[in-house]
Design a protein around this ligand. Structure first.
Ligand code: PLP
Length: 441
């Protein structure tokens, strides 16, 4: 098999992987500034910014103190660094430093927020509202609470991925034992990049006296987030999604209007005002603070740059290929996200064809089988189209040269795969696929 690369030269066959798929390596040099493998999956994780590493380094070496050591310099030094980070994180979201609780990441933050509020306000009611396209860290936590007797409403989303605010209003229960105690709706979705109407959701919750938690992992540091203006009571963040280190996160917990209380889920030592015990990850926290500070300074310009690259990528793909589809509302959208379906192409083959590019597909690996993404299915996409979808996650270190390389490669592979696709051939011949009677198997 000879696979042509983006430069119009034939690549040379020089290997076969364990699955028997022939891999071709181009003999021609890559475009200037492009290195393989190429990373464009910044919703899964982001690389550590070198400036963040510089800030962390002293706390991984000489300044190793425990921030809870109250009686010597090593402890004071660590504590001071933690407090600086707390302020940097708070400033990025319009909070005060005392409202920031450090955790091991957003999975823990989401667990602490939802379980902690459910437990603390159990007397007030047992009803929680969330929505179907949340991250598993929210959905699985809610499922666990259902087993413990809580009632959970999973709001649907419209075809563009946004929730309907009337659905939310109707779902809130204000009287009786099934009173709603918490609404948890994510700020921006990690697959389709759709940004929910958070400010309005927060307003509705506050009008009805319900606490509002948001998983803001994909939004903080990318678009403006302000817990006051947005009426947010509790908010989850993760450092490794904003160019900080893995294994550290935070939970914002509002201290007034209203003062939110949370039952701790980890006991021992009473760190973090009793809400989260455990020795603080000082270098990680310092890194998270530095990462937030950089985002605060550079976010506005960076968002414009990423959005322009994203629109360029989209236009290039749409101009070269027919039967593509963009998923999710593009007006209320993260700047670096593009989720696109390439109809009549098998997703797995597409990913294999671009195996030197790191992106995500619309398939999730659950146990041994490939399941179509539950987020794409919630928008009403069929299994086939969901499987043919690619999530591009542009980030701080992606360049225009990389976008060109990725677009050319996708165009090339999609064309080749469609040449082999009987379905695509029928569509070109004008056969209406919906009228075909498929043989039963
Ligand atoms: C990555 C992610 C999480 C989980 O964060 P971790 O810090 O990796 O546990 C939760 N929610 C969303 C939306 C995410 O993208």
């Amino acid at each position: 098999m000879n696979v042509e690369n983006g430069n119009g030269h034939n690549g040379t066959v020089n290997g076969m992987n364990s699955t028997g798929v022939i891999i071709t390596n181009s003999a021609t040099p890559l475009p200037e500034g492009v290195h393989l493998p190429l990373y464009m999956d910044n919703h899964a994780t982001t690389p550590l910014d070198p400036r963040v590493l510089d800030a962390m380094m002293p706390y991984l070496t000489g300044k190793f103190g425990n921030a809870a050591s109250r009686n010597h310099q090593f402890g004071w030094e660590a504590e001071k660094a933690v407090e600086t980070a707390r302020e940097q994180i708070a400033r990025l979201i319009g909070a005060s430093a005392k409202e920031i609780i450090f955790t091991s990441g957003a999975t823990e933050s989401n667990n602490l927020a939802i379980k902690g509020i459910a437990e603390m306000y159990r007397e007030r009611g047992n009803h929680i509202i969330t929505q179907v396209t949340e991250h598993k860290a929210v959905l699985d936590t809610c499922k666990k609470l259902e087993k413990q007797g809580y009632r959970v409403t999973y709001l649907p989303v419209m075809a563009d991925g946004l929730i309907d605010l009337d659905d939310l209003k109707r779902a809130i229960v204000t009287e009786g034992p099934e009173k709603t105690i918490l609404v948890s709706i994510m700020y921006a979705n990690n697959e389709i990049g759709v940004v929910q109407p958070i400010r309005e959701i927060g307003r509705i919750c506050h009008e009805k006296g319900v606490l509002f938690h948001t998983d803001a992992v994909q939004a903080v540091g990318k678009i403006p987030v302000d817990v006051q203006a947005d009426n947010i009571d509790v908010l989850s963040i993760s450092a490794h999604k904003l160019y900080g280190p893995k294994g550290v996160g935070a939970l914002y917990v509002r201290r007034r209007n209203p003062r939110v209380q949370i039952t701790e889920q980890i006991n021992g030592g009473g760190h973090e005002r009793g809400m989260r015990s455990g020795t603080l990850n000082v270098p990680g926290i310092v890194g998270m603070g530095a990462a937030c500070e950089i985002c605060r300074n550079e976010m506005a310009a960076e968002a414009l740059r990423e959005q322009e690259l994203r629109d360029y990528l989209r236009a290039k793909l749409e101009n070269a290929l027919d039967y593509t589809q963009v998923n999710g509302n593009m007006e209320h959208h993260l700047p670096g996200n593009l989720n696109m379906s390439f109809v009549y192409v098998e997703g797995e083959s597409l990913l294999m064809g671009i195996n030197d590019i790191a992106v995500s597909s619309g398939s999730a690996c659950t146990s041994a089988t490939l399941e179509p993404s539950y987020v794409l299915k919630a928008l009403g996409l069929g299994d086939e189209i969901a499987h043919s979808s690619i999530r591009f996650g542009l980030g701080r270190f992606n360049t225009r040269a990389e976008v060109d390389y990725v677009a050319d490669k996708i165009i090339d592979v999609v064309r080749k795969l469609r040449e082999l696709s009987p379905l695509y051939e029928m569509v070109l011949e004008g056969i209406d696929l919906t009228k075909i009677e498929w043989a039963a198997h």
